[in-house]
Write a protein that binds this ligand. Structure first.
Ligand code: SF4
Length: 444
């Protein structure tokens, strides 16, 4: 059983009624039919300031809260659009990183209706660890992580099967948290584990026991940074072909693999080629610029290796948040991660006399934009509308999240497993999650 731990529900983020929500309106046609009436009302509001948005949301959220009482749990990820996390907190919800979100159903068995505003793999991770009597819902099923969208099961599994055929038990899969349940189950089946950005080095080190070869999915940058941290020879780290080009499911042969099958055979780590567009914008030019101005640079390990090596500190969302919270007055921190997160960290830092900038926000270079666009597809009308429909017993089944669901974030289509297949997947994925927890706790 996963132990209880306070959530960051009291992040200290203040809901300023006059600062507009950092999020573009979605076109009406992007909403599911059932949610369109709510979107129409929202789009007709005079502005996007929390004072206006909250007054509208209260009409739907408050009755749902009264209806479900303590059994309702609202969750959001730190990367959700600037003021959205504060809206969720305003309604008593919790904000966390993907690891802590995943534990929320298990840690709160009294919560029976869990509504998440984040991307699909995060909601599915909650569902994998949820009890039979807990329902998990996502406010927008089309909110997908682009890194995960380049590592769908139909892309990765045919390649993994060929590698397993070639290497048998010598191959162990480590699945980053940003994967579907189907890939987490693959990790469990091969004796591997799930990992997060904060424990990837521990998990990969453990997975390499007895000279085993690691297939790391899906983020090539986190994989490469982890190999670097563990001192693995870069010549023995092989990156598989770009999934944007191949769409995965490629043949594992001399032609497709860079360096050929000899390079594959001698590799200690094999990296899937996916990446996060939000984190790959960071480079040494930005870091040098901030260093010249006397700033300290902290970066997320989904960023390219050269940038990670040049930064003063590297770590997970939680590490970056704590670095801001614990920095001494007068500190200047340039942070290389998602834009909404940095915006919130800047606000917190300002209150404590700590200056925070986004690493990509330097003169003469393209800025970071608003943040993770796909996550921000969960907007106020999605949350208010889904809660209202749940209260009325009319919520679309597409928004209900079960372990093993495979979602096409472009069309919104979903492939759901038969109950027996789902039960097997849950067992295998839990094995991989529990292996991560065990490895991490053993090192504490
Ligand atoms: S920031 Fe990147 S890795 Fe995180 S959810 Fe968005 S696309 Fe995925």
């Amino acid at each position: 059983m996963i132990s209880s731990d306070p959530q960051r529900s009291a992040s200290g983020l203040r809901l300023d009624p006059d600062i507009a929500i950092c999020q573009s309106d979605l076109p009406l046609g992007w909403y599911q039919e059932e949610l369109r009436p709510y979107a129409e009302e929202y789009l007709a509001l005079q502005d996007r300031k929390p004072a206006t948005v909250l007054a509208w949301m209260n009409r739907y959220v408050r009755p749902a809260q009264e209806h479900f009482g303590d059994s309702l749990l609202l969750l959001a990820h730190f990367y959700m659009g600037g003021e959205i996390v504060k809206l969720i907190e305003n309604y008593g919800g919790a904000i966390a990183d993907s690891y802590k979100l995943a534990l929320q159903a298990a840690r709160n068995p009294e919560k029976k209706v869990i509504v998440e505003s984040a991307v699909h793999f995060m909601a599915e991770s909650i569902a994998i660890l949820a009890g039979e009597d807990q329902e998990v819902w996502i406010t927008n099923p089309k909110a997908g992580c682009t890194m995960e969208m380049l590592a769908k099961d139909y892309m990765v599994l045919p390649v993994a099967d060929q590698l397993i055929e070639r290497y048998g038990d010598e191959l162990v899969v480590v699945a980053y948290m940003n994967t579907s349940g189907r890939l987490k189950a693959l990790a469990g089946r091969t004796g591997g584990a799930v990992c997060t950005s904060s424990n990837a080095h521990l998990v990969v080190d453990w997975a390499r026991r007895d000279g085993k070869k690691v297939l790391f999915v899906p983020d090539q940058h986190l994989g490469r940074n982890t190999a670097d941290r563990l001192g693995i020879d870069p010549a023995r780290v092989l990156t598989l072909p770009d999934p944007q080009v191949t769409r995965g499911a490629f043949p594992v042969n001399e032609k497709e693999i860079e360096g050929g099958l000899d390079a594959l055979d001698s590799a200690e780590m094999i990296l899937w080629g996916s990446f996060c567009g939000v984190h790959t914008i960071f480079n040494t030019t930005q870091i040098d610029w901030f260093h010249e101005q006397g700033w300290e640079v902290l970066i997320h390990p989904e960023s390219p290796l050269e940038a990670v090596r040049a930064a003063d500190g590297v770590g997970s969302t939680d590490f970056l948040w704590n670095a801001v919270m614990n920095a001494p007055r007068g500190a200047k921190l340039a942070i290389g991660t998602e834009g909404h997160f940095v915006r919130n960290a800047r606000e917190q830092g300002r209150q404590r006399g700590v200056e925070v900038m986004h690493l990509a926000d330097i003169p003469g270079m393209q800025g970071a934009g608003c943040g993770c666009a796909t996550m921000s597809r969960n907007d106020p009308p999605h949350l208010a509308g889904l809660l209202d429909l749940l209260r009325k017993g009319e919520a679309p089944d597409l928004n209900r999240v079960e372990a093993g669901d495979a979602v096409d974030e472009i069309t919104g289509d979903r492939d759901r497993l038969a109950p027996t297949d789902r039960d097997r997947l849950v067992l295998e994925a839990r094995t991989a999650l529990e292996a991560m927890i065990e490895v991490t706790e053993a090192s504490a």
